[in-house]
Design a protein around this ligand. Sequence first.
Ligand code: ATP
Length: 342
Amino acid sequence: MSPLDKEQMQGLRQIRDFLKVRTSYDVLPLSFRLIILDNDLLIKRSLNILIQNSTTPDARLLGPDAEADRTASLDIVSAPIWDSHNSTFAGLLTSTDYINVIQYYCQFPDQLNQIEDFRLNRLRDIEKAIGVVPLETLSVHPMQPLYEACRQMLKTRARRIPLIDVDDETGRQTVVSVITQYRILKFIAVNNENNTVMLKKTVREISLGTYTDLATARMGNTVLDVIHLMVERNISAVPIVDKENRVRNVFEAVDVIPCIKGGVYDELESSVGDALSKRADDFPGIYTCTEEDRLDSIFDTVRKSRVHRLIVVDNESHLKGMISLSDILKYVLLHGEEDEHA
Ligand code: ATP
């Protein structure tokens, strides 16, 4: 093992040790809002609720922790669903569910009127009707070590995990919050600067991300084209490139939400370019890196910004690859694991 490898492995091991002595509670901001939706709510109303609650509060009103609170509020692109008949947690609503509703609409266009009346409790029927495998919704107890929660998240491909506590006396469930890959990586980056500086290997050296068979689209493609691509490939972002394969933008699963607000599905036929021009003013922008960037600099970016993925480009902005948060989390948690236990 070269000294660089050793240092890298030591950094990773120390981050894993850190995650073993922290719980999911530790990841939560000091104060946060939790939107829980009733299973009987109309799907179209749930959409409006998510949109209304995702507006950024004015940073000046938030005091010294403004940045942390801003990111907390913007994370609302999903919500736990509550079954009030049985007082139980009934799953997690995410942008994938809206994408499934769109797929349903495409497969059964004559049912548009009925879709209007669908409630959240019909989401599983929609999955069955369009033939998608439901995303497993695992939940964890908030006091479980964060390391275990991350391992479970990676094993199941869940991208966010609801934290469910159970009352000892009544046995009733309480939804505490939802933790996301984004929050976990931010938590690692902010609290492990001493360890992340040890991660000096480049993206190329550790083969971080995906570089072959990339799914891309053009500005002129329709939103629906991109949605089909995301469903088919099971990905949550598609880079938008020009004819020279230079990156112009990225269409993300959450960009679908403004296109269908108010239950108007016509906008799905509009171009990606038009849809992206409707992004909120505070859209954080897209983040790029090159294959020569080191993992420590990626952690610097995660520490300072609201990164949900990195687009790998060359010096002329040509698309090279995609690094998702799950790619980073997987590397940090699993790299060299087997060798360690051998
Ligand atoms: P999320 O971004 O929703 O939190 P995630 O981190 O799993 O979830 P995805 O974008 O769904 O991110 O990525 C899943 C896998 O697919 C990753 O290994 C990633 O490198 C790869 N990937 C992401 N985007 C593309 C793309 N456009 N083409 C090909 N592969 C991709």
